[in-house]
Structure formats: structure tokens, C-alpha cells
Design a protein around this ligand. Sequence first.
Ligand SMILES: Cc1cc2nc3c(=O)[nH]c(=O)nc-3n(C[C@H](O)[C@H](O)[C@H](O)COP(=O)(O)OP(=O)(O)OC[C@H]3O[C@@H](n4cnc5c(N)ncnc54)[C@H](O)[C@@H]3O)c2cc1C
Length: 290
Amino acid sequence: MYGNLPPAVRYLIVGAGIHGLSTAWQLAAQLRASGLGDGSDVVVLDKTGVGAGASGIACGVIRNNYFQPAMRRLMAHSVSVWESDPSDFAYHPVGYMQISHEAMHADVASIYEQQQAIGYPSTFVEGASQCQAYMAGMFDDWQAEGITSILHEHRGGYAHNLAALQGLAAKVEAAGVRILDGVRVTGLDLAGGAVEAVQTDQGGSAASSSWSRPARGPVTCGRCSTCRSGSASATAPVDCTRIDRCGATGSCRRAPSRSTRARSLTGPATRRRSCTSTPTLPCTTRRASS
Ligand SMILES: Cc1cc2nc3c(=O)[nH]c(=O)nc-3n(C[C@H](O)[C@H](O)[C@H](O)COP(=O)(O)OP(=O)(O)OC[C@H]3O[C@@H](n4cnc5c(N)ncnc54)[C@H](O)[C@@H]3O)c2cc1C
């Protein structure tokens, strides 16, 4: 052990904000669902603690109101995650309204059209008198002037930041993930474009303040002639049933497919390789690269 740190970890996530915790939660679920591992393969580090960053001070608005079209489906999905457990996420599904003056009219109209295209429920009100009537129908003392468009999203709402993060952290830990507070990442050791080791301020070792053990060890198939005869057995070979056997050459090369790339955020790169008759890289020297 290095202080509170395990000597090595398969998946390390830096930062216990909304992104780090969400990644850990989904990664643990994907690992378990695919049979490739579980939450115990994942560690989240934070230099301070859960919600210490922007996630802990955000306004807490949950909406599908970002201007970039590429956000539309992503935000719809994100809202559905909030809706999946309003209690644990301290989520209040009251909807969201953008109440705009004329300079915003065209842009907001385009957001509405994109929402309609994906079936995201919203109402778009145009015209000063129509907007006044719409708002007065909800708030009888409504007095704002110069409003010419209203986009009323019927999903979304707001969440209490820290309570939401604590609820998410509880789900993450329930999935077996360890969240370690008070550990600052100070550097990354790279090898071949991959992170080989992570340095922290909690080394616990007189020799080094770095957490210098590899996050992932060398990857071997454990079956080909090269692996079986070489030093590969000294490492921890991955389950041979999950990767292709090497060919007669005893060598493999990475051959990422479209699906490999698409799934690279949720699955280790070691899982999909293909054998080839063209030796390129001895499998004893390959390392996971994502
Ligand atoms: C004032 C404000 C209001 C906002 N309002 C909204 C809103 O209403 N709705 C909305 O959707 N978004 C809002 N946002 C944006 C939203 O808060 C961020 O996009 C989101 O919180 C980013 O989450 P994150 O996990 O990426 O980062 P963070 O929450 O910042 O988490 C990063 C974590 O990494 C840790 N960390 C950093 N460096 C290290 C290191 N070297 N070693 C270890 N740990 C480290 C930090 O301690 C921190 O806990 C708002 C942002 C701000 C600032």
C-alpha cells in the first residue's frame, strides 16, 4: 500500500465531481454487465473530496437548453439519468423555461426545433402578447416586458448540488468503487502514449512521493508461444478467453475496429485484438493503451 492507495489499480479516475463519479458509476456497471470486472477495479481520487470543485457550487440547473445541436440527445439522456432516482439525486423535476427578448428569438427557436426532432417535450411561445398571457397563466403578477419568445422544457429542473453528489457517491461506492479523498495527483508517467503510473502527494514511501506502481501491467495473451515461453507469466495475463489467440507467428497486433473505438471509454483496450500473420509487436511487450 502507498498510504491509503492500493499498490495498483486497473482504472483510475481523477476527480470526484459529477464527471468523475458518473464515469466511475457507469464504468463499474459496464464492467459487471460485460463480465470483464466490477467496481473493485475502479478507484476515484480527489485532492479534497466529493463535490469540492465546480460540481459543488454549480447552480444545479438540469436542462436541455444548450445551443450546440450535438448536445440535444446527450442532454436528453442526462436528464433521464436524473429522473432515474430523484430522491437519491436530490432532483426536482419542475421543468425549465428560457424567457427571452427578441435578440434570442431565432436561436431559441432552433433549440425548440431540435427538441421536437428528438421528441423532447417542450412548448415554444412566440409574440409579446402570447408570452405575456403564457406567463400570466402561471404567475398572475407577471410583469416583465420585452419578452417575445418562451421555450418551456417540460422535463429537467434543478438539483441540490452536494446532496446530489453525495447520492451519486453512495451509488458509486455501492458498486464497489473506492473513493479516496485528500489525494492530489501530481504527475503521470507515460509510456508509449499510455499512462503507466500516477504520481500523487500520498506516496507513503521514503524513497518516493509517487504512486509509482503501474496502473495496468503488461498485457499478454498467455497462450501463444511467445507468452508461454517468455517472462509474460510473471505478470498478470488477462483472461485468455477474452482475447483472440495469437497465430502461429506468436505475435499480435492491435486492430481496433469501429466498435472498439466507440467503446473505448467503457472497456479496456486489451479486450479486442486480432491476430495476424504479420508479426508486428511481440505480445509480451504490449500494454493497455486506454
Ligand atoms: C458557478 C457555476 C455554476 C454552474 N451552474 C451549472 C448548472 O446550473 N448546470 C450545469 O449543468 N452545470 C453548471 N455548471 C457547470 C458544472 O458545474 C460543471 O460543468 C461540472 O460541475 C464539472 O464537473 P467536473 O466533475 O468535470 O469538475 P469538478 O466538479 O470541478 O470536479 C473536479 C474534481 O477534481 C478534483 N481535482 C482537481 N485536480 C486534482 C488533482 N490534481 N488531483 C486530485 N483531484 C483533483 C477537484 O478537487 C474536484 O473535486 C456551473 C459551473 C459553475 C462554476
